[in-house]
Design a protein around this ligand. Structure first.
Ligand SMILES: NC(=O)c1ccc[n+]([C@@H]2O[C@H](COP(=O)([O-])OP(=O)(O)OC[C@H]3O[C@@H](n4cnc5c(N)ncnc54)[C@H](O)[C@@H]3O)[C@@H](O)[C@H]2O)c1
Ligand SMILES: [Zn+2]
Length: 547
């Protein structure tokens, strides 16, 4: 895993990278210097004589070599990651820290520095720099790790980066459900040592799905047997459990064994349930690789599979020995899965972190280790208070009663996070109708979901079919339907009994294509406010939405 230092001219990339490489005892690569060595002339000469495209070609070749190696600190050029393919290959195996500073600070630094920079403008004229900053503003903002260098020297910035590279540990401490959640860049490569340090010896096996194995397999712990299940919700079945357990026996996994589940929520739910039941319970490590699994599915020890009658109807509480989340794994996550995960992030913000909601609303890019910790902590705190869902934990079901019904009725063609987004929008509307939430809450929630590219209605659905599917949801208790409903951002009430007529009214609105347009006030991927930052990487070259 590489540490990539990026940002506009004058941000201090080379100096910071030098300091950081020394501090962390890692090899240093400066792509400008490597480019000069490859081209045989200074980069400035190359640009002046043969133009920017020739320089970018040399730079792309240098980056290919950088991406193929590991453990380096890399100072990138100020526009290196504009090339989508270069960005994708580097982000698959590295974390980008984007250094930033005010234009006047950048200018001041460039005046003091004698390096020739034809693309940023030389000789005291900064028109080119200003134009470049304008054109690249969205590009630089698209990196989750933003580092302010306005008032810091390179050594101080390097110290801050070294700190950001340290894994963070959050914990759930509760009888029968305790576990740590370790979040950090490059942890995927460190699972073997982590396992050893936590005393998880005995035979081990990796359980993953086909796409995750294809995208991240090179970073899996070496020398361990691997079981792959097909991608998608249909793998969360008792049939797959039987097949998986047969494979575990044939691989010699006994009661001392450990299952290492590497994947999205499907894999962690499935492999976690196998761990709960195989030989009456073996240990497991959850290694979530989707955003949704990092902030939600892998946390709290709920495992399970689906029945035809509904989602997660067979399951067990069986906490992992540890959850290990490496945000670098998200580089290969398809854009639509990223968006789906953002629904659970928003849900956690509504459940218990008003500031997080505000941060997402104010257009900040999400995805740092600290962001993931923050969203995960909301769930961790709730689970700690009510590990076995006897009361408060049910607030985490916000959006899920309607959401699970949508998933079931759509035969899981609507993704979990998308269904939860529609569910949250509908349930916020219900909360307003029953007088629990003030008017305007549903609109605010719908707007943010829409700007993230999430659906907030399901035109054409059959409200009666949805209602029937909700009946099957296990969260129903007794005769009346009880929902987790928002009171305001940061506060959700569990188990609110809802009148059938209100429920029906809202379900009709959410499935009626003639009324849903107005409900989606900011909404949907077609909305002009839905900003897709085209150069953000992701599996299959899709963009990722940012608010
Ligand atoms: N146990 C719980 O408390 C809990 C909580 C929330 C959700 N869930 C469950 O989680 C599941 C949804 O999880 P999900 O959204 O992660 O779905 P998923 O596991 O199906 O993953 C989505 C897709 O992304 C792919 N993928 C995952 N990580 C990738 C990566 N890094 N690179 C490339 N591709 C990658 C997967 O192969 C899959 O195709 C649902 O079954 C839901 O019920 C469980
Ligand atoms: Zn969920």
């Amino acid at each position: 895993m590489n540490i990539l230092i990026y940002g506009p001219p004058g941000a201090g990339k080379s100096a910071v990278a030098r300091e950081l490489a020394t501090r962390m005892n890692r090899p240093l690569v400066d792509t400008d210097q490597a480019g000069q060595a490859a081209a045989g002339v200074p980069v400035a000469d190359l640009i002046e004589r043969r133009g920017e495209p020739a320089f970018r070609q040399v730079e792309a070749d240098v980056c290919r070599a950088v991406a193929a190696a590991d453990g380096q600190v890399v100072a990138l050029g100020g526009g290196t990651l504009l090339d989508r393919a270069v960005r994708e290959s580097l982000e698959r195996n590295g974390i980008v820290f984007c250094l930033g500073a005010a234009p006047e600070v950048l200018r001041g630094r460039l005046i003091r520095d004698s390096t020739r920079r034809p693309l940023a403008g030389d000789n005291g004229s900064f028109e080119r720099l200003d134009a470049l900053l304008r054109v690249r503003a969205a590009h630089y903002r698209s990196f989750a790790e933003q580092v302010d260098t306005n008032r810091s020297n390179p050594a101080e910035v390097a110290a801050r980066l070294a700190e950001l590279m340290e894994p963070r540990t959050a914990s759930i401490r509760s009888p029968l459900l305790s576990h740590d959640i370790v979040i950090g860049y490059g942890l995927l490569e460190r699972i073997a040592s982590l396992r050893e340090r936590r005393g998880l010896d005995g035979p081990a096996v990796i359980v993953s799905d086909e796409a995750v194995a294809r995208c991240l397999g090179e970073r899996f712990p070496p020398d361990l047997p691997q079981i792959e299940v097909p991608c998608g919700e249909s793998s969360k079945s008792l049939d797959t459990i039987e097949w998986l357990c047969e494979r575990l026996t044939s691989l010699g996994i006994d009661r001392t064994g450990t299952i290492i589940a590497i994947g999205g929520g499907v894999v962690t739910d499935l492999a976690g349930f196998a761990a709960a039941t195989y030989m009456r319970g073996v240990r497991w490590i959850a290694v979530p690789t989707s955003l949704l699994a990092m902030v939600d599915a892998s946390i709290g020890g709920k495992t399970g599979v689906n029945l035809t009658a509904g989602k997660n109807l067979v399951g067990a509480f069986h906490p992992p020995s540890v959850v290990v989340a490496d945000p670098i794994a998200l580089a290969t996550l398809p854009a639509e899965e990223w968006t789906s995960g953002m629904a659970e992030v928003v849900k956690h913000a509504v459940v218990g972190d008003e500031d997080l909601f505000g941060a997402i609303e104010s257009s900040r890019t999400f995805g740092t280790a600290a962001d993931i910790e923050r969203a995960a902590l909301v769930k961790a705190r709730v689970v700690e208070e009510d590990p076995h869902e006897r009361g408060k934990r049910a607030i985490l079901n916000l959006g899920h009663t309607v959401g699970h019904a949508i998933e079931a009725v759509s035969h899981y063609r609507v993704r979990h996070g998308e269904a939860v987004a529609i569910g949250m929008a509908a349930e916020a509307r219900i909360a307003e109708r029953v007088g629990l939430a003030p008017t305007g809450l549903a609109k605010r929630l719908t707007a943010i979901l829409g700007r993230l590219g999430l659906p907030t209605s399901w035109p054409g659905a059959d409200p009666r079919e949805l209602r029937l599917a909700m009946q099957a949801d296990k969260k129903k208790s007794g005769a009346a339907l009880r929902l987790a409903l928002p009171r305001r951002i940061g506060c959700v009430e569990a188990s609110v009994e809802v009148d059938e007529s209100v429920l029906h009214e809202v379900l009709v609105e959410f499935s009626d294509s003639t009324t849903t347009a107005s409900l989606r006030s900011g909404g949907g991927v077609d909305d002009p406010d839905c900003i897709f930052v085209s150069e953000r990487s992701g599996n299959g070259n899709q963009s990722r939405p940012l608010v």
